[in-house]
Design a protein around this ligand. Structure first.
Ligand SMILES: *[C@@H]1O[C@H](CO)[C@@H](O)[C@H](O)[C@H]1NC(C)=O
Ligand SMILES: *[C@@H]1O[C@H](CO)[C@@H](O)[C@H](O)[C@H]1NC(C)=O
Ligand SMILES: *[C@@H]1O[C@H](CO)[C@@H](O)[C@H](O)[C@H]1NC(C)=O
Ligand SMILES: *[C@@H]1O[C@H](CO)[C@@H](O)[C@H](O)[C@H]1NC(C)=O
Ligand SMILES: *[C@@H]1O[C@H](CO)[C@@H](O)[C@H](O)[C@H]1NC(C)=O
Ligand SMILES: *[C@@H]1O[C@H](CO)[C@@H](O)[C@H](O)[C@H]1NC(C)=O
Ligand SMILES: *[C@@H]1O[C@H](CO)[C@@H](O)[C@H](O)[C@H]1NC(C)=O
Ligand SMILES: CC(=O)N[C@H]1CO[C@H](CO)[C@@H](O)[C@@H]1O
Ligand SMILES: [Zn+2]
Length: 573
């Protein structure tokens, strides 16, 4: 998953944070008892849980609509070996993407790797390639259309991305196994390599589940689309073109549901926790540049451009965003479950999560760096440059402020917050202000806020502004219920050993963004979830990235059940 859309800047390794977040959140649990009803299942509440953190749900298993190969997928050693081979082969093709990778072109080595991957996938999934239409979109993006029988039903869309973050050449020697060797240690059941977890495992599991279903004679009513972006870890342009293509073909609001990378299933203390991500924060990089007259530094003004910008930065950092706990925030759900099951041993927070003092809860959460940014906008000064010579006054100084926008806020509100401080500085030092919106690079296109003066001007450039994602529907909504019921059925009855384990689901929030940011026009039912058993120490984006054989087979098993279950249980067009 990517964290980041800004161009030309070094990446922040969000997925590492995010893993940590998941590793905490995904232990979140739920308790509400299932009432068996006339429909597939219904949700009720467990009276015993009154007074404890209860924002956790358990669902009745959906009887699998199609199970021909489920046991083979989960338990056949030979099958697993062949599946692992498919993944390691994909890892061996280094589809690295850089922030400054040029546009897709067959002449460039970086893109030739994507072409290699395409040939490889065609070779590995012959039945799917025979059955589905496979289109190249947005350069090296792939869109598979596995046509359903009934074209009046909205297609189901599975997403993943082919690209991986680059391996820093200085770290190659630190890897237990070379990053593009795709080494599988059967004793550990671990597959090593860049992309193992983020997210070639899902590329393989999407394609494999379709391949296997077709081979087993399953014919979908609802068309199944699989979208594989080619630059999710950079700008996500590839997936954006796929989204536009789908919208042109099927129209707005034309997709039944989307499943993409994000959350999975965790095992803890003998129970299983499914954590679909139903919310993503917004994003804004504000590049603030101060231009001021140069001159000899032996006769300086009292405050050079560097001094003025420094003061501004101190002011901005001193004014953090207000934390607000909104009942609709899925992170609240997750935290309640988490605390209840002892994954966070924070008695004070638990007390206020259960209690009804919103202010106390907010003030307690605001002390916790691991959790507070689920409930407020973050701001981080990440890049700085300016000044070129010891005896010359700096004519230009620039800083980049990275913001992750609270799901209850907006790009506008974030910009107003920044602008407030820039205005104060501009007033104090008599400077002009202009705002340069995303997509424009020329200063003459900038929106003037305050006229330039002889002292200089601020230019605030907005890079890749993105509003917070719409919240995806959860409890009681058909697509969620099918996803939840399939998870419960898989983990309580089949994986691993059919132990009648307890299975809980909680929605969750991500502080980073996935390719789904370009797909909001197509459906509200966007779930960043693949039903696979997560490998918590997956090390995405860093040294020794790895996934487990269990994650791989469980992901295939989930999709192998989910696709037919959607066909069988959905009633919405
Ligand atoms: C397609 O699905 C709709 C909705 O379930 C149904 O009314 C219609 O009869 C189906 N058409 C075919 C050809 O099966
Ligand atoms: C596989 O993992 C086991 C257990 O960690 C280890 O002892 C063994 O050396 C590993 N094999 C290889 C080839 O790395
Ligand atoms: C930080 O903000 C507080 C008010 O929120 C103010 O009292 C304090 O002086 C500020 N400090 C600086 C260094 O601006
Ligand atoms: C783990 O499960 C056992 C048995 O179900 C239970 O008694 C115990 O409280 C659980 N531990 C935690 C931390 O939830
Ligand atoms: C934010 O929105 C308000 C209300 O629509 C508008 O007046 C204002 O100009 C916007 N701010 C910026 C910086 O665009
Ligand atoms: C599974 O567990 C539930 C309670 O958690 C129990 O009611 C049910 O009888 C169990 N089923 C089997 C087959 O053990
Ligand atoms: C979504 O729809 C809006 C309004 O029609 C359009 O401007 C936008 O480009 C669409 N988004 C994508 C990613 O195609
Ligand atoms: C934009 C938005 O969703 N605003 C909401 C933020 O939260 C407050 C209080 O919970 C709501 O009143 C706003 O509508
Ligand atoms: Zn990814």
């Amino acid at each position: 998953m990517s964290d980041y859309q800004a161009v030309n800047e070094s990446r922040i390794s969000l997925p590492r944070n995010r893993r940590r977040v998941f590793s905490v959140l995904s232990i979140a649990v739920v308790v509400i008892i299932v009432l068996v009803g006339l429909t597939v299942y219904e949700i009720g509440s467990d009276p015993e849980e009154n007074g404890i953190c209860t924002d956790c749900d358990t669902y009745k298993p959906l009887k699998a609509a199609f199970t021909n190969s489920l046991d083979e997928i989960l338990y056949d050693r030979e099958y697993k070996g062949s599946l692992v081979k498919k993944l390691t082969g994909a890892i061996q093709i280094p589809t690295e993407i850089y922030d400054n990778t040029p546009k897709p072109s067959p002449d460039l080595a970086v893109w030739q790797n994507f072409q290699k991957l395409h040939y490889y996938l065609e070779d590995q999934f012959p039945i799917l390639y025979e059955t589905a239409q496979v289109e190249k979109v947005g350069g090296y993006g792939l869109l598979y259309t596995w046509q359903g029988q009934n074209s009046s039903l909205k297609p189901l869309l599975l997403m993943a991305h082919q690209d991986v973050v680059p391996v820093d050449p200085n770290t190659v020697s630190l890897w237990t196994h070379p990053p593009f060797s795709g080494f599988y240690n059967e004793t550990e059941d671990l597959i090593y390599g860049r992309g193992a977890e983020d997210v070639k495992r899902m590329v393989i599991s999407h394609l494999e589940s379709a391949e296997k279903l077709i081979k087993d004679g399953f014919v979908p009513q609802r068309t199944v689309l699989i979208s594989l972006g080619c630059d999710e870890e950079a700008s996500g342009k590839c997936a954006k073109e796929i989204a536009t293509h789908i919208e042109k073909r099927y129209g707005r609001d034309s997709i039944y549901a989307i499943l993409d990378e994000g959350g999975g299933v965790r095992e803890s203390n003998g129970s299983y926790y499914g954590v679909p991500v139903t919310a993503e924060k917004g994003y804004l990089d504000a590049e603030i540049t101060l231009f001021a007259p140069g001159g000899h530094s032996s006769v300086p003004p009292d405050h050079t451009s560097i001094g003025i910008l420094s003061e501004l930065m101190v002011e901005i950092e001193n004014d953090t965003y207000q934390l607000q706990v909104d009942q609709d925030n899925p992170a609240l759900n997750a935290l309640k479950c988490l605390t209840k099951f002892g994954a966070i041993n924070d008695k004070q927070m638990e007390k206020y999560l259960v209690g009804n003092s919103k202010e106390k809860l907010e003030s307690v959460l605001d002390q916790e760096r691991d959790f507070k940014y689920f409930f407020k906008t973050s701001q981080a000064l990440d890049i700085i440059s300016g000044g070129i010579k010891a005896n010359a006054l700096p004519e230009m100084v620039r800083v980049l402020l990275n913001n992750r926008i609270d799901i209850n806020s907006s790009v506008n509100e974030t910009l107003e917050h920044i602008l407030h401080h820039v205005k104060n500085a501009a007033d104090k030092y008599d400077l002009g202000i202009k705002i340069l919106n995303d997509g424009y690079s020329k200063e003459e296109d900038a929106v003037p806020i305050k006229p330039d003066t002889a002292n200089g001007r601020f230019i605030i450039k907005l890079i890749d502004p993105l509003e917070p994602a719409p919240l995806s529907p959860t409890k009681g909504m058909e697509a969620w219920e099918i996803m939840a019921g399939t998870t419960v059925s898989l983990y309580s009855e089949k994986a691993f050993g059919g132990k009648n384990a307890s299975v809980y689901l909680t929605p969750s929030l991500s502080t980073g963004n996935t390719d789904t940011k370009s797909f909001w026009n197509l459906t509200r039912n966007i779930y960043r979830y693949d039903g696979a058993m997560l490998f918590p120490e997956g090390n995405a984006h860093t040294v020794d990235e790895k996934t487990s054989g269990v994650a791989l087979v469980s992901g295939v098993a989930f999709m192998y059940q989910f696709i037919p279950n959607v066909d069988f249980y959905s009633t919405e067009l």
